[in-house]
Design a protein around this ligand. Structure first.
Ligand code: KG4
Ligand code: ZN
Length: 356
């Protein structure tokens, strides 16, 4: 039974997991996350230097815990995996150096994983994972993308945000409404008691140079500015801020835009399945709306299990196991980390000499 130890340190969650492939079934044997969000909350966002230091402190304990829970010595593992791109370089380095050291020490292959490939693999941790081809809506703090995953797992990006990612918009609007970082869960909680139809907000379409719009692309910066203006106007009018209505109206328009464009893209592509992954895919309104509209249009909707939407190491292990069983030998131990690297070049992480 192929077994991997996986590490994730790309942003503000330190995580370790042990995954096993049992008769073709992915099994999360152990998964631990040490979230740093409270430490960063006082600054209103992630402080890279602090993130790296906290990863150094947390990761060894997490590794020890998952190994103990798995009850299997490192020597009997088949591979070690760690996220190597994209993310905060200093933070990535902690997981990568730890992973490569463990791999070298126990003479195991090392898999440097692309973080977005990890998010894409997170849906495979569902009880009934969908089979490709399908369209993935990947919505996280750093990315908003529509990716077609083909029958052979080949990936093609069909849509993207031209400015802020959806999660980033949640975080910035959260700050505007005086909520703690991260904004997504805080807005969701506040919005539950709000009127989502009270304020009409822009849907942020992206113009093509020759006229018309990019049908599958997103823009959230105009929405963020509209929220700022609205808050300013309401404050100047001396009104108490209707924060719940503002949060609900914002959450609704983001969900509307994500659902409309994803389903349009899936229909145009003749795809019958839409998959949602990434931190924002944890959003209840988005999950409900995508399921409802999908059902109306005859499109099956799958979402990564809630605990694997936000950053975790199990999804990194799932991606590594997929590579391991498809015959990849792993990455060079010389592979470093990169703050950015396109997903369609994830294959290069397994080349020698490595790309970075
Ligand atoms: O995938 P993730 O953990 O990290 C990245 O790879 O970026 O996503 C984090 C993002 C944050 O922007 C956070 O505000 C957002 O996901 N998020 C949510 C919810 N939970 C997390 N956004 C909306 N609703 C939520 N329930
Ligand atoms: Zn992520």
């Amino acid at each position: 039974m192929p077994t991997v130890l996986a590490l994730e340190t790309s942003c503000d969650e330190s995580a370790a997991a042990v995954l096993r492939l049992n008769n073709g079934c992915l099994q999360v044997v152990a998964s631990r996350i040490a979230s740093q969000v409270e430490k960063h909350a006082q600054w209103g966002g992630v402080v890279p230097e602090v993130a790296s230091r906290l990863h150094v402190e947390a990761l060894p304990h997490l590794v020890e815990e998952v190994l103990q829970e798995a009850g299997q010595s490192m020597a009997r593992f088949d591979a070690v995996a760690a996220t190597v791109t994209p993310g905060l370089a200093g933070a990535l380095m902690v997981g990568s150096v730890t992973g490569r050291s463990l791999a070298a020490l126990h003479a195991l292959p090392f898999f440097g994983i692309h973080h977005l490939e990890g998010h894409l693999a997170s849906v495979r941790l569902a009880e009934h994972p969908p089979r490709p081809p399908y369209l993935v809506l990947l919505v996280s703090g750093g990315h908003t993308e529509l990716i077609r995953v083909g029958a052979e797992s080949e990936m093609v990006r069909l849509g993207r945000s031209h400015d802020d990612a959806a999660g980033e918009a949640f975080d910035k609007v959260g700050r505007l409404l005086g909520l703690a970082y991260p904004g997504g869960p805080a807005i969701q909680a506040l919005a539950a008691a709000g009127d989502s139809g009270r304020f009409s907000l822009p849907k942020g379409r992206v113009s093509k140079p020759g006229g018309g719009f990019h049908s599958y692309d997103f823009s959230f910066s105009g929405l963020k500015t509209a929220m700022l203006r609205l808050v300013q106007a309401l404050s100047e009018a001396g009104e108490d801020l209707p924060r719940a209505d503002l949060a609900a109206s914002f959450e609704q328009v983001v969900a509307d835009v994500l659902v409309e464009r994803s389903l349009l893209c899936a229909n145009d592509q003749g795809l019958k399945t839409v998959v949602m992954v990434g931190g924002v895919a944890a959003n209840r309104r988005l999950r409900e709306l995508m399921s409802k509209r999908g059902q109306e249009q005859g499109i099956e909707v799958h979402t990564a299990p809630l605990q694997y939407c936000t950053d975790n190491a199990a999804m990194i292990g799932a991606a590594a196991l997929q590579r391991l069983v498809s015959g990849d030998d792993g990455s060079s131990l010389e592979l470093g980390v990169a703050a950015r690297w396109p997903l369609d070049k994830a294959e290069d992480l397994y080349h020698s000499p490595p790309p970075f």
